[in-house]
Design a protein around this ligand. Structure first.
Ligand SMILES: Cc1cc2nc3c(=O)[nH]c(=O)nc-3n(C[C@H](O)[C@H](O)[C@H](O)COP(=O)(O)OP(=O)(O)OC[C@H]3O[C@@H](n4cnc5c(N)ncnc54)[C@H](O)[C@@H]3O)c2cc1C
Length: 377
């Protein structure tokens, strides 16, 4: 049986960033992907926002890796000609009563190490964004947007050029621990199985990351690794109205909501999208269909801050599914980035529940994985 040093499951932004950081180790590395190409799931179905790290609890991994990832993404993009725009973001209070929540967010962001945050009043908002209706806003100058596809392509090409072997159309369907190694079995599209041995196994399988951990032998209910699927849909704003804002415009988050609220995101192609909403769905019902009947709801929510938006301006765009550890009734859950040595699985590194800000955090998570692997090999 073939024997390698490192196997990575998944070629979303997480698996690709990990492969690009690990390729410098000069070890034999396989990256396994069930789809025919990289980045076909959550990583290509999101807002493409480089978050600053404002919302997450202090000391959380989401805060830490988001703040570091934000810096790394801009650095990588600038160095390698990947498109991005530091548009800046306004978290805008539609009513006076929301202003104190902005103060709380400012303090939270500062505690997380986010730079440049400040509250701005109505007259400054009017100068920056004459078409936005807000009582006050928290300005985050380091929030931006990135060309996610080209960022993923950069990681992919970097790893491939260093000899990392990408195996597409190959879903991992069994993992067996053998001493201090793992026998990984992969099934290709002809339903042919292929097994190999690896010393290190890194689980970056997004929506299936809990199942991969379970295959390896972890009791995912006991570990708190079971994922919930939470769908988010987008609508596109048509015509000249797509040009009416320059910043990312977000509402003040409602604690009762599971996401940051329907926001307006200009994209690198000069368009404007509204979304995503957030709705928990059953795993078996996972699909990317956008419910057209939600158009009025999206328009109504957006019009609070963007009064120029009408329902007729919107057309259904894409949808994505968040792999959330947080369930419909539970509170904040952090990313899992764990070397499972203490559970008896030396060499198994799990990345589970990598929902937002997972795109932003990817290079910082990959840097951390590199440190763990250096100790192992
Ligand atoms: C609607 C939405 C909006 C978001 N907006 C933002 C945002 O603006 N900014 C931000 O920072 N984050 C955002 N996120 C979060 C971000 O998109 C994710 O955190 C990130 O894309 C996760 O990447 P990933 O590589 O972990 O997972 P994925 O991109 O899902 O990749 C996992 C890969 O593993 C593969 N895989 C699964 N099972 C197997 C198997 N058995 N064998 C082989 N391969 C397998 C899959 O095919 C897939 O290619 C958003 C997410 C959603 C859904």
């Amino acid at each position: 049986m073939e024997k390698i040093d490192i196997a990575i499951v998944g070629t979303g932004i997480t698996g690709l960033a990990v492969s690009a950081f690990l390729c410098e180790l000069d070890k034999s590395i396989f990256v396994l992907e069930k789809n025919e190409n990289f980045g076909q799931e959550s990583s290509s179905r999101n807002s493409e926002v480089v978050h600053a790290g404002i919302y997450y609890p202090q000391q959380s991994m989401k805060a830490k890796y988001c703040v570091e990832g934000n810096r790394l993404i801009y650095e990588i993009c600038a160095k390698n000609g990947i498109s991005y725009k530091k548009l800046g973001k306004l978290i805008a209070a539609s009513e006076e009563s929301e202003i104190e929540k902005l103060d709380a967010l400012l303090e939270k962001g500062k505690a997380n190490g986010v730079e440049g945050l400040r509250i701005i009043a109505k007259d400054e908002i009017r100068k920056l964004e004459p078409n936005v209706n807000a009582a006050a806003a928290l300005l985050s100058p380091n929030t931006g947007i990135v060309d996610t596809h080209n960022l993923m392509k950069y990681f992919y090409t970097k790893a491939k050029d260093q000899g990392v072997e990408f195996v597409f159309n190959s879903g991992v369907n069994a993992i067996n621990k053998k001493g201090e190694e793992y026998v990984v079995t992969v099934r290709d599209t002809d339903r042919t199985d292929f097994s190999f041995l690896t010393r290190v196994l890194i689980n970056c399988a997004g929506l299936n990351s809990d199942k991969i951990a379970e295959m390896a032998g972890i009791d995912i209910n006991k570990a708190g690794y079971s994922l919930n699927y939470c769908k988010g849909q987008y609508f596109r704003v048509g015509g000249l109205k797509s040009q009416m804002i320059k910043h990312l415009i977000y509402p003040v988050p409602d604690e009762k909501e599971i996401s940051l609220g329907i926001h307006a995101t200009p994209d690198l192609g000069g368009g404007l999208r509204l979304g995503p909403d957030a709705q928990y769905i059953e795993r078996e019902q996972a699909n990317y269909i956008v419910d057209e009947s939600k158009k009025d709801y999206f328009a109504k929510r957006a019009a609070k801050l963007l009064p120029f938006i009408d329902s007729e301006d919107l057309t259904a765009d894409t949808a994505g599914i968040r792999p959330k550890l947080q369930g419909p009734q539970s509170g904040f859950r952090d990313f899992v980035l764990a070397h499972e040595k203490h559970r008896g699985f030396k060499g198994l590194i799990n990345l589970i529940g990598i929902d937002s800000p997972g795109l932003t955090a990817a290079p910082a998570l990959a840097k951390e994985v590199l440190e763990i692997v250096k100790e192992l090999l």
